[in-house]
Design a protein. Structure first.
Length: 300
């Protein structure tokens, strides 16, 4: 067995161990699903962890209403194919109920509104653990997370008060009303994810592969032209060959110039890139501590 295959199987084994620990320690877990490669990887690992049984918990998608259409099509096809239960928490419904206020202006985004919608969905479903596909290499705030990340009764995270995880012993004890965010693929890198998905021949959304799309540049980021973004008079729309490295709300998810049309070409591109995958996320650029501030209040 070569080094790369051995390395990927070790990561797989670790993640499956964490998934099984969640099933053992918690009464009502849920798997967060965005339609991105990391949440797709999570579903694939969960299939392996509990085979031949079905995945023993539902998927939860916090839907901003501003998704790429390809993401929703992939999500629905996956859920139908695997016979999974899908829960959709709608940001639009939260806006309609007056729970959150929609931003206005050129830089308006619903990304930050997901927190209230997520916390309401977790409380409504009485979920005591929410599994997510966040990785420590993505962003400096996520690098601070444990596998089992405690949240208080308000869904808040205290990065300075986390539980030790020596010898892969996970403490899931909590008080009533509290819950945990669990990150089984914490130790994976972006390159690990792509190499594993290639090795396992996992089907992926077309957004990840090079395609022609109308885009415009804003603050050094290419954004997909869509009805959800108010363009400035100076912003010119052009058709370019691009692909997504991350998938999220269209208003803040940048696309990348790319000719990578196969997963092998994507792996080569990622291996030589000097920019992190979240370097194209406009929501991370709102402040120096943008992600950490959002996570402290309940963002995933």
């Amino acid at each position: 067995m070569n080094y790369q295959l051995n390395h990927l199987r070790e990561l797989e084994s670790e993640s499956i161990f964490v998934l099984r620990e969640v099933a053992a320690q918690f009464e009502n877990p849920v798997l967060m699903f965005s339609g991105g490669k990391d949440s797709i990887l999570m579903v694939h690992l969960a299939q392996k962890a509990f085979y031949p049984a079905r995945i023993p918990f539902p998927l939860l998608h916090v839907d901003t209403g501003h998704n790429f259409p390809e993401t929703i099509a992939y999500r629905d096809a996956l859920v139908e194919r695997l016979g999974l239960r899908l829960i959709i928490a709608s940001v639009q419904e939260a806006i309609d109920k007056g729970m959150v206020t929609e931003e206005k202006g050129y830089n308006a985004s619903r990304n930050g509104l997901q927190t209230t919608t997520l916390l309401e969905a977790l409380e409504k479903g009485k979920f005591d653990a929410a599994l997510g596909g966040a990785r420590r290499d993505e962003e400096k705030a996520r690098a601070k997370e444990r596998f089992f990340s405690h949240r208080d009764e308000f869904g808040q995270w205290d990065p300075k008060n986390q539980r030790p995880e020596l010898w892969n012993l996970f403490n899931g004890r909590k008080h009533y009303g509290e819950h945990f965010r669990v990150f089984p693929i914490s130790n994976w890198t972006e390159l690990d994810v792509w190499q594993y998905l290639a090795m396992e021949n996992v089907e992926l959304p077309s957004l990840y592969f090079a395609h022609k799309r109308n885009v415009f540049e804003r603050d050094g980021i290419l954004l997909a032209d869509c009805e959800y973004i108010q363009k400035k008079p100076t912003e010119e729309v052009k058709e370019m060959m691009v692909r997504c490295r991350t998938i999220g709300d269209m208003t803040c998810t940048g696309v990348w110039l790319s000719q990578a049309s196969t997963i092998e070409e994507i792996i080569e591109e990622v291996a030589t890139s000097r920019m992190t995958e979240r370097g194209g996320r406009a929501d991370d650029k709102r402040s120096e501590t943008s992600m950490e501030d959002r996570k402290k209040t309940g963002y995933f």
